[in-house]
Design a protein around this ligand. Structure first.
Ligand code: ATP
Ligand code: MG
Length: 284
């Protein structure tokens, strides 16, 4: 396929033809909250093994997509009403969040969610609830401290008294304590200074390349996410309107105009952009 940036129905984030079943595949899901509010209107995406995939767009359904994958919709009175989600080809709709953690899929929720009264180390230990082997837990803790030296320094500090960046690192570190294959990371940059965001993303990239952890990253910070991701999907109003290799998206004129603060000052809908309309016609 010559087209660099394709529409959602035709995408294939993996550049190697030999790549087989993606780690996670979302197939045309619809999600409804409170029985009436249709939020996802047929979302499809693929997360290949050992990749970093970014899910971009503002208020567009990113969190809902992550919740659908990790089966956290019930607590929000939401449900998947159409389509399906597979983990290595197997449907996962009936697996609880805890069962998914056991299979290596763990979510770091938006807003960091550390236990304020626990120390950093106690917070990290809560992430090992699916593991029983003490040696393995200790090794995981050392690994987390190795990737996040700041957390080691702050291990005995109460989480409430640590910085936003340290709390985000703690939330990611806690997820790592379950030895995941895949981390769904919701808005890690939220409220953090650019330098700290860079530090966090750098560690994510390191975990991806050295520990082979796959990441699905929901981010409003398009610039930063595209800098570190391999592939990106842009959502608008519950649909994926564009997808492509992260480097291609970062250089795409429409993306620059809408999300990277370059180009005209008036923000239109992605649907008004000529090239988007053109792509749509091709598929019609
Ligand atoms: N629990 C809920 N009940 C009803 N509507 C919801 C619920 N959660 C989200 N929504 C609605 O679904 C739409 C998508 O929300 P979602 O949080 O998935 O998007 P997002 O891309 O993560 O947003 P943000 O960029 O603000 O993080 C929004 O219109 C939101 O109001
Ligand atoms: Mg969100």
């Amino acid at each position: 396929m010559n087209q660099v940036i394709g529409m959602t129905e035709t995408h294939n984030p993996s550049s190697t033809p030999a790549a087989t079943t993606p780690l996670v595949e979302v197939n045309g899901i619809e999600v409804i909250y409170n029985h009436v509010i249709l939020v996802l209107k047929g979302v499809s995406l693929q997360v290949p093994h050992q990749s970093i995939v970014a899910l971009l767009g503002n208020g567009a359904g990113k969190t809902t997509t992550l919740r659908a994958i990790s089966n956290l919709l019930k607590g929000e009175r939401g449900e998947v009403t159409k389509g399906g989600i597979t983990l290595e080809g197997e449907q996962i709709a009936n697996l609880s969040p805890a069962e998914l953690v056991k299979r290596g899929v763990v979510q770091v929720m938006e807003g960091r969610h550390c236990f304020a009264h626990l120390t950093i180390e106690e917070n990290l230990m809560t992430g090992s609830y699916t593991r029983t082997d003490k040696g393995e837990i200790a090794a995981n803790l050392e690994k987390v401290y190795n990737y996040f030296p700041r957390l080691k320094t702050r291990r005995t500090s109460q989480a409430a008294y640590t910085s936003g960046g340290e709390q985000q690192m703690c939330a990611i570190g806690r997820a790592l304590m379950s030895n995941p294959r895949m981390v769904l990371l919701d808005e890690p940059s939220m409220g953090l200074a650019p330098q700290i965001v860079d530090e966090v993303f750098h560690i994510v990239k390191d975990l991806n390349s050295k520990e082979k952890v796959t990441f699905l990253l929901a981010e409003q910070n398009t610039n930063m996410a595209l800098k570190y991701a391999d592939y990106g999907y842009i959502m608008e109003s519950g649909r994926i309107v564009m997808d492509g290799k992260a480097s291609d998206l970062a250089n795409n004129e429409d993306v620059k105009e809408f999300y990277l603060g370059v180009g005209g000052s008036e923000r239109k809908s992605f649907k008004d952009v000529k090239s988007y309309k053109r792509r749509k016609r091709w598929l019609a």
